[in-house]
Design a protein around this ligand. Structure first.
Ligand SMILES: [Zn+2]
Length: 425
């Protein structure tokens, strides 16, 4: 059993602190403090408890399903209560859950009566695409610190924030920041439930990110919340954020929309390039979460390379979109490709690049058209050759690192910070 002991409001009603207690048998899955907190830039003290509780439930209930313990709280919104039961059933169809029931005394009917939407805005390709699609609805843009960028990583979040502030495209839009320890209130033992060690990606992120919006939906009368899709119907992998799950999330008349599922990454990049060109503006995209770079993007990793190539193939200069690169990009891409694909999803996104190369068009040229077209052909060949290789497994070294982190967190953190201080790998 896990009991919510208290919900405390701190910092003039802007910070919500959830304290809980739990049985000894599950205690090791949660950090010592047994505290989840969410920091808003808005006073949320007038939000009814049955809605204020949603960020907590959105993060804790999935854990209870996977580990099979019950959760006890005092109040819950009626619509969310129904929704979360349905979502549990959807998860049950894809994962083997161990049970986990929710007990609450009071089920309360709330009504937000909202008018404006929220676009969850991480600054990447998907959320920029969502913003451009819903700009006419005058959305609130909400950026979360503690999701893709970990809560302890202030440097990377500051870089993202200043990129958003400088972006001509979102100037004048109402923006909000939300910060939470939602990836740090549990231990690495949850990651060990999956072969790829990815609790956040496989289970937590869609429910958690959207759930954080419940108090804001009350204070700002939000009608719907757009969470940008990062996949399409062509990828059949079940993930922590899919239309199947996200479109079921609702409370008090506010609903969640899994947005942009119809467009693949090349279509999204193409639309953003046209959007920026029409306004004669650059568009600082944040796609990379490498902690090794002080820049907006490292411009060299697998994800950066794929995005840069799609920009080039859409005829755009990557330096106008938040990347620092040159004709060197082709060698970086080939180096990444030489490692093979780690998953079906990575294979799928590289093949979107291949499709764009095959379609031809007029790529952006850095210096030498003939040489760069030859390099593009080499990238196409490498993508094609990788399609015949089996997926590379998560290395034993990485798994070992996770286990060490689990057993000796203090020593591990000291070693990790020593590595970081030695500079980029
Ligand atoms: Zn990168």
């Amino acid at each position: 059993m896990l009991d919510l002991e208290s919900i405390r409001l701190e910092e003039e009603g802007k910070k919500v602190v959830y304290r809980f207690s739990c049985d000894k048998s599950i205690s090791r899955y949660f950090s010592k403090e047994k505290t989840l907190w969410v920091d808003y830039d808005t006073d949320v003290s007038a939000v009814p408890e049955s809605l204020l509780i949603i960020p907590f439930l959105a993060n804790v209930l999935p854990v209870s399903w996977f580990l099979g313990f019950d959760v006890r709280v005092r109040e819950i919104d009626r619509e969310y209560h129904r929704a979360i039961e349905k979502i549990k059933q959807i998860f049950e169809q894809h994962y083997s859950l161990k049970g986990g029931n929710l007990h609450c005394k009071n089920i309360i009917a709330n009504k937000v009566d909202g008018s404006r939407p929220v676009v969850l805005f991480s600054g990447g390709v998907d959320s920029h695409y969502s913003f451009t699609g819903h700009e006419a609805e005058n959305p609130l843009l909400v950026t979360i610190h503690g999701a893709d960028i970990r809560v302890a990583d202030n440097r990377q979040f500051r870089v993202l924030q200043s990129a958003i502030e400088q972006s001509a495209l979102v100037r004048g839009q109402e923006r909000h920041l939300v910060k939470s320890n939602m990836r740090d209130f549990y231990t690495y033992r949850l990651n060990l439930l999956f072969d790829d060690l990815d609790w956040w990606g496989r289970v937590q992120h869609g429910l958690a990110i959207t759930g954080l919006m419940a108090p804001l939906s009350w204070t700002h009368r939000v009608a719907r919340i757009y969470i940008a899709s990062s996949t399409t119907s062509e990828t059949d992998a079940f993930w922590g954020s899919t239309p199947l799950v996200d479109n079921e999330i609702k409370w008090a008349g506010t609903s969640v929309v899994h947005d942009g599922y119809e467009a693949d990454r090349a279509e999204k990049v193409g639309a953003l390039v046209r959007y920026a060109q029409e306004r004669n503006a650059g568009l600082p995209l944040k796609v990379c979460y490498s902690s090794r770079t002080p820049a907006l993007n490292c411009s060299r990793c697998d994800k950066c390379c794929r995005t840069i190539l799609l920009l080039i193939l859409a005829g755009a200069d990557p330096s106008r979109f938040g990347f620092r690169t040159s004709e060197r990009i082709y060698d970086d891409a080939l180096a990444n490709l030489s490692n093979g694909y780690s998953s079906q999803l990575i294979q799928y996104v590289w093949n979107i690049v291949l499709q764009q190369i095959k379609e031809g068009g007029r790529p952006f040229i850095f210096k030498d058209e003939a040489a760069e077209r030859e390099k593009l052909a080499a990238v196409a060949r490498a993508i094609g050759a990788n399609n015949n290789r089996t997926f590379t497994k998560l290395s034993a070294a990485r798994k070992f690192r996770y286990k060490m982190q689990l057993k000796y967190p203090a020593a591990f953190n000291r070693i990790a910070s020593l590595y970081r201080s030695l500079g980029p790998e």
